[in-house]
Design a binder for this molecule. Structure first.
Ligand code: PMT
Length: 396
């Protein structure tokens, strides 16, 4: 049985070919079998030897190369691919595929494969914006081809504009997402909150908490990789934005409340990992509050409990809360489960070492109306997948 995943990379002619070398190297580090097909033009920009050395596989450069096996080479690669990535992709290869042309090894392999095809264009802005190229892209999207949109910036030709190939890091993240074999959340719309909120006191001070956003982001990434349509509502964090999901950036608990309510309608599952401030200053001072007395009192007002409100109008949705506790962890979490009308609550003792705020691990208990499962310390990625597994067990 073949377990190792295979990515076939089609490299076409453009300055961004050097980035394709980086893509090969990153995929190899993830123990993925990489096979490279270079067009004639690509070979003008980098040598076949470089790709062979990095992929540790023969590189296909021509239709009439002698195959090493009895399979016809383009069919063999087309069948073997779990994902076929074209990076960089020129206007030429996009036009060929869009018109069903198969006149060299790469275009023939694309026509013959049943694997998802990911295209990362790189070209001059005027070419990219040319209506014919755009029509070809739209045509291919309508057939299910994946596109990783190019970035704006200074291009090799000196022009400034759209057409720069996405970074190898992001392209590899997209490929990995497609390679994830378990798509058990496909078609589910999941709304996730993450991070802290900030409640301004004056222009330079605010009330917040220690949430880094790591737990909520891990759930968003795992849900995305398992095929869900993810909307992440995030308070201010220093984490890199998650690609290929919908992200709504918010600041205060009031902003988070509005964003959750705006996105609730289409959600099948809501997971609230955010640490929302329970109180805000009663009055905001538009100028910096000056130091005067030895002590001062800051009057606060209670914020809306977003989860409580979502629970009260949940309909057929599955609602999952978190409980950040320092004592009586399970009992306090169980109270929140029933009070907020939740299907599940994830309790974490935020005083435990390696658990809770601003660390990469967590020690969680998953509580439903039927049972409680307490886990040993897990990475937040592992915790996220356990939470998603348990959500899938909830009957509706
Ligand atoms: O972000 P990290 O650094 O990775 O840390 C992760 C975490 C500790 C923040 C996370 O695991 C966690 O426990 N999140 C919930 C934090 C929290 O606010 O817990 P709580 O017990 O105070 O609130 C209970 C639930 O009600 C939470 O789902 C919370 O999102 C929600 N809530 C709370 C207050 C409020 N005004 N509105 C809410 O919706």
């Amino acid at each position: 049985m073949r377990c190792k995943k295979t990515v076939v990379i089609g490299v076409t002619g453009g300055v961004a070919v050097y980035k394709a070398l980086d893509i090969v190297s990153r995929l190899k580090k993830k123990d993925i079998d990489v096979h490279v097909i270079m067009t004639k033009a690509a070979q003008e920009f980098a040598s076949e030897l470089s790709f062979r050395s990095l992929s540790l596989n023969p590189v296909t450069t021509d239709m009439f190369d002698r195959p090493n096996s009895f399979d016809v080479e383009h069919i063999a690669l087309a069948k073997r691919a779990d994902v076929l990535l074209i990076a960089p992709a020129t206007a030429n290869i996009i036009g060929k595929i869009s018109n069903g042309i198969a006149d060299d090894m790469l275009s023939t392999t694309v026509m013959a494969t049943k694997a998802p095809v990911v295209i990362a264009p790189a070209m001059n802005t005027a070419m990219y914006e040319n209506p014919i190229v755009q029509r070809n892209i739209e045509n291919l999207k309508s057939y299910g081809y994946h596109f990783i949109e190019p970035l704006s910036g200074r291009l090799a030709c000196g022009d400034v504009g759209r057409g720069k190939m996405e970074s190898p890091e992001v392209i590899v993240e997209y490929v990995e997402m497609l390679l994830h074999s378990n798509k058990d959340l496909k078609g589910k719309n999941i709304l996730i909150t993450a991070g802290p909120t900030r409640e301004d006191i004056d222009p330079v001070r605010f009330i917040s908490n220690k949430s880094s956003g790591k737990m909520g982001y891990a759930i968003a990434r795992a849900a995305r990789d398992r095929g869900a349509n993810v909307t992440l509502i995030t308070g201010p964090t220093s984490l890199s934005p998650i690609k290929f999901i919908d992200v709504v950036n918010v600041y205060s608990s009031e902003d988070m409340y509005k964003a959750v309510m705006d996105n609730l309608e289409s959600a099948d599952i809501v997971i609230k990992a955010a640490a929302v401030s329970d109180y805000s200053p009663l009055d905001y001072s538009s100028i910096k509050i000056k130091k005067s007395e030895d002590s001062m009192t800051l009057p606060l007002r209670k914020n809306k409990d977003i989860l409580l409100e979502v629970g009260s109008i949940k309909g057929s949705r599955i609602i999952v809360g978190f409980a950040a506790e320092t004592n009586n962890v399970l009992d306090n979490a169980k109270l929140k489960l029933s009070k907020k009308n939740l299907d599940m609550i994830v309790a974490n003792d935020v005083l435990d070492k390696g658990s809770g705020f601003d660390v990469d691990t967590n020690k969680i208990s998953i509580i439903t109306n039927d049972d409680i499962i307490s886990y040993d310390i897990l990475t937040k990625d592992e915790a996220a997948n356990n939470i998603l597994d348990k959500i899938l067990e909830i009957k509706r």
